[in-house]
Design a protein around this ligand. Structure first.
Ligand SMILES: [Zn+2]
Ligand SMILES: [Zn+2]
Length: 199
């Protein structure tokens, strides 16, 4: 596994800029991997790990980079909970650890490095220097993964009986005996609404 600094450089390049989130994300991911004893997440261990992330901010990119878990590989699961937290699931050992960045680390950064000009500089410094226990809270958890959520899961691709769009991974609902996509089965949950007249 690359060093912290090498990973941080890669994170900066992938993310597009250096920021406190990159440092925090690399630290968080490295801690999770260390706790699970996963040394080579992007190589030999690449089929061992699933990462759940609870926020879509800068640190999320760093988490994806270090763990090698990506949305397109079905190994990165996003839960839109607005929390700086991630859970690392070791599929081989069947155990998982959830790690949360402590809320008071921002104040700690301000208190420790008042001479640094900006909040961002203070945070970047603190996220490098503070110990894991000052930055994070850890808990061992159980994650019950549905086989349909695992990478490599294969299932019949179905066409929605109403809109005709194709659906993967069994993500349909049976309504009155018809297999419907989730947008047709539960229109109130749609994130989009038809803008013009229906064609
Ligand atoms: Zn950023
Ligand atoms: Zn549909």
């Amino acid at each position: 596994m690359e060093s912290f600094d090498e990973l941080l450089q890669q994170a900066e390049a992938a993310h597009g800029h250096m920021c406190a989130g990159q440092i925090l994300g690399v630290r968080l991911a490295l801690l999770g991997l260390a706790r699970l004893g996963i040394a080579d997440p992007r190589g030999a261990d690449r089929k061992r790990l699933i990462t759940f992330v609870e926020i879509d901010r800068c640190a999320t990119d760093a988490l994806a980079l270090v763990t090698g878990c990506r949305l397109g590989k079905r190994a990165l699961k996003f839960r839109d909970w607005g929390k700086m937290a991630a859970t690392f699931v070791d599929l081989t050992a069947n155990r998982a650890i959830r790690i949360v960045a402590l809320e008071n680390s921002r104040e700690l950064a301000e208190r420790l490095y008042p001479h640094l000009a900006s909040k961002s500089a203070q945070q970047m410094h603190a996220y490098r220097e503070l110990s894991d226990s000052e930055l994070f809270r850890e808990q061992w958890v159980r994650v019950d993964l549905d086989p349909a959520d695992l990478p490599g899961y294969k299932a019949e691709r179905v066409a929605c009986a109403r809109c005709g769009e194709g659906i993967n991974f069994g993500r349909f609902a049976v309504v009155n005996g018809e297999r419907l996509c989730l947008a047709c089965a539960r229109p109130e949950l749609r994130y989009w609404q038809q803008a013009g007249p229906e064609e």
